[in-house]
Design a protein around this ligand. Sequence first.
Ligand SMILES: Nc1ncnc2c1ncn2[C@@H]1O[C@H](COP(=O)(O)OP(=O)(O)OP(=O)(O)O)[C@@H](O)[C@H]1O
Ligand SMILES: [Mg+2]
Length: 418
Amino acid sequence: MDRISVMPESLANLIAAGEVVERPASALKELVENSIDAQAKHILVEITLGGLKSIVVKDDGTGMSRDDASLCIERHASSKIKTSYDLMDIRTMGFRGEALPSIGAVSELRIDTSDGVEGTTILVSGGKPPKIQEAPLRQGTTVKVTDLFYNTPARLKYMKSPQLEKAKCVDVMQHIALGFPQVAFDVRADGKLVFSTTGRGDRIEVIQHIWGNDIAKAISRVDKVSYYGYSFECLIAKPEVNYSTKYQMMTFINSRFIYSFKLSRGIEDAYKDYLAPSRYPFACVFIDADPALIDVNVHPSKKEVRISGEESLAVSVRDTIRAALKQQRPIYGDRDTAQMVNQMSQVEPRISAPQISAHPVDQVVSQPVMPDSEFQNILAGTSGIAFQGNDRQETESAIAKARDSLAVPQPEAPVEKP
Ligand SMILES: Nc1ncnc2c1ncn2[C@@H]1O[C@H](COP(=O)(O)OP(=O)(O)OP(=O)(O)O)[C@@H](O)[C@H]1O
Ligand SMILES: [Mg+2]
């Protein structure tokens, strides 16, 4: 008796969604990456209840024609790669053509898009066939994801609290904003501004907007270093800025935030003589690489990538940061002094103005953020969300709390049948 049958598209999408859309933060990441690939200059993000209730991403990018909009929710439909050769030369954030159908399979998905010639609305509910409607002309795209995982109760059950899911969404947005300083972001959660960047292309300014003045002032730029097909630059904070977790050690390849154990270790080693054990610095490494040296196609979230010559690249990063730190603080080269500083930093992490830096930050100026009222107006058109107030402090303390709890390894959730 024949027992094998090809799955219907809706079931295949539901299975793919399990990998691509792990939680609200992964859906958000996919949507914002799509906006970046569409050359958006300004991206507005609004999440409600940690993204579990809704995620809205609005961009001023190229938008889609009616035909493209109808296709974009089909599995493996992508404008980004056409042949197997393209897979070796990925220059966009997306390439699989899986994100939108996966999100549409596990939520209520609404896409309003226009390429300036025609406007289209696509409505998808839990992977069912889409409704396609005429929409107003406004070049760009707004995607709204409502009730994520409403039809996969097993997945929904394993979501953390809205506060923790929000913290994960904010983390994703911080990394994207730092990776793409030339794009202006406005990030809101439950009607309150979390952070906003200007899109002026200055990463230190982005750091200032996200992590605050004290951290931004403690940062030095380390000149671009070329290394066999790679070049990288670093933004490193003085050792006095240190943490109990590694979250502030960030690595990017071709603007994509990635996790690399070896690169992370390289940064850690560079600071070794300046920090107490189990204290970690604020340091970002931005690597430009020939796409042929990188394989992004190894992990569903694209966060882990294969890097040719990763080990020696990590050594180069380590030596570069170490040399820059030594130049700033030759006195710390002396082990006794380093020990003293370590003891001090164990007592209380301190932040103070930089003394000598290879490239001091001349000026870190507070930039005006988009007023709440203006943001409301822009978003109200599609999301219908009412906003009030701005409570950055509350959000930051929630993020800090969430991070602390993340530092404790969570047991694997048992897999349940839906
Ligand atoms: N905000 C947007 N603006 C313009 N086009 C978009 C936007 N979002 C999606 N698209 C179009 O829809 C297509 C499908 O998007 P989707 O995210 O599903 O796949 P992808 O980005 O090609 O690959 P991946 O699954 O790796 O993200 C994209 O290739 C792009 O052409
Ligand atoms: Mg995509």
